[in-house]
Design a binder for this molecule. Structure first.
Ligand SMILES: Cc1cc2nc3c(=O)[nH]c(=O)nc-3n(C[C@H](O)[C@H](O)[C@H](O)COP(=O)(O)OP(=O)(O)OC[C@H]3O[C@@H](n4cnc5c(N)ncnc54)[C@H](O)[C@@H]3O)c2cc1C
Length: 297
């Protein structure tokens, strides 16, 4: 199906884009990679009167390391992150970028668009929930920094005001003795996962000093599995502690049955993904290079 007719605009700067959003009102939508918005428009689930293209704004696609942070420009493509040496220093970022859909989607889709879309099945919000992540939001009255946990309000709902856009994503580099892993279970490459698990561990020798575990696609937003994290904190990573964390993660999940599987199936699946991700994260925290690929059914 063709989208409904719309007016097309190009912004020359992010500030100008924010001002145009304020002028054009609720019927305007930003266009980044178009990998979520254009399919919705073609299905006529979204019919904006004005489309405001961000793709011609200079300097909005970058990955910079500075003062213990990695900064992502809002239009940084998944493929650029996949290929980036700076992002590669945090393996969980590479796991995420390299596993999103297929090459075509990764070449167009952006980190800013993905967070702004807040799709419950999106990968970035789940992964970035396990790191210290700030989303910079630029509006007509200036820029503010919002923690990711406060940025994602609900399914497809964020803290962005109508005249605001994502201007940067800032991720704090985890400590040296930290390792992470992101695993998704998919029916095939170009589809969203059935369930996913992101784990970031900080180790003190054999003992887990800190743990962050987030579950994807099993709730309306990414779920931080706090009891699972507590089951690991201060403990050695053994079969027993990992199973305890897995069981706690299953209980934290709140899945909906759909064409990808029943709620029970997804709950069991996400537990198994957490178990595997913990094991890989612990090995990476010890300095091992562990290759990881998503699991395809
Ligand atoms: C076949 C297919 C499979 C996919 N599979 C996956 C998957 O497995 N995992 C996954 O995570 N994603 C998947 N995606 C989605 C993809 O990652 C998208 O790139 C992403 O969700 C949205 O990014 P975008 O840049 O394309 O945004 P767009 O589609 O351009 O925009 C999405 C929404 O965000 C708004 N927006 C865009 N940029 C900004 C900004 N800077 N500030 C504020 N609002 C903004 C837009 O107005 C729009 O409402 C898939 C897409 C397709 C087509």
């Amino acid at each position: 199906m063709y989208p409904r007719a719309f007016h097309y605009h190009r912004a020359n700067s992010l500030k100008e884009a924010a001002a145009m959003l304020a002028d054009l009102g609720d019927d305007a939508k930003l266009l980044a990679g178009g990998q979520s918005l254009i399919p919705l428009m073609k299905l006529r689930f979204a019919s904006p009167a004005h489309l405001l293209d961000l793709n011609f704004i200079f300097g909005t696609s970058y990955i910079k390391e500075d003062e213990g942070n990695i900064r992502f420009g809002p239009l940084t493509r998944h493929a650029e992150i996949e290929a980036s040496a700076a992002a590669g220093k945090v393996p969980i970022l590479h796991d995420c970028a390299a596993g999103i859909a297929d090459v075509q989607v990764r070449n167009r889709g952006t980190i800013g668009g993905s967070l702004a879309e807040a799709d419950p099945s999106g990968d970035w919000a789940t992964v970035l929930s396990t790191l210290s992540t700030e989303v910079r939001c630029l509006g007509t009255s200036g820029e503010r920094a919002v923690n990711l946990a406060e940025f994602i309000k609900d399914a497809y709902t964020t803290a962005l005001a109508h005249d605001e856009l994502v201007s940067e994503v800032v991720v704090k580099l985890p400590p040296k003795e930290s390792g992470g892993a992101y695993l998704a279970f998919k029916r095939s490459a170009p589809v969203y996962p059935t369930a996913s698990a992101a784990v970031q561990l900080t180790m003190d020798g054999d003992v887990c000093r800190d743990a962050a575990i987030a579950l994807g696609c099993v709730g309306l937003t990414p779920i931080r599995a706090k009891h699972a994290e507590a089951a690991l904190r201060g403990q050695a990573i053994t079969e027993k502690t990992v199973v305890r964390a897995m069981e706690a993660a299953r209980n934290a999940a709140d899945p909906q049955p759909d064409m990808r599987g029943s709620a029970d199936y997804k709950r069991t699946l996400v537990g198994a993904l957490v178990k595997r991700a913990i094991q890989i994260a612990a090995r990476r925290a010890r300095g091992e290079q562990v290759e990881l690929s998503h699991i395809y059914s």
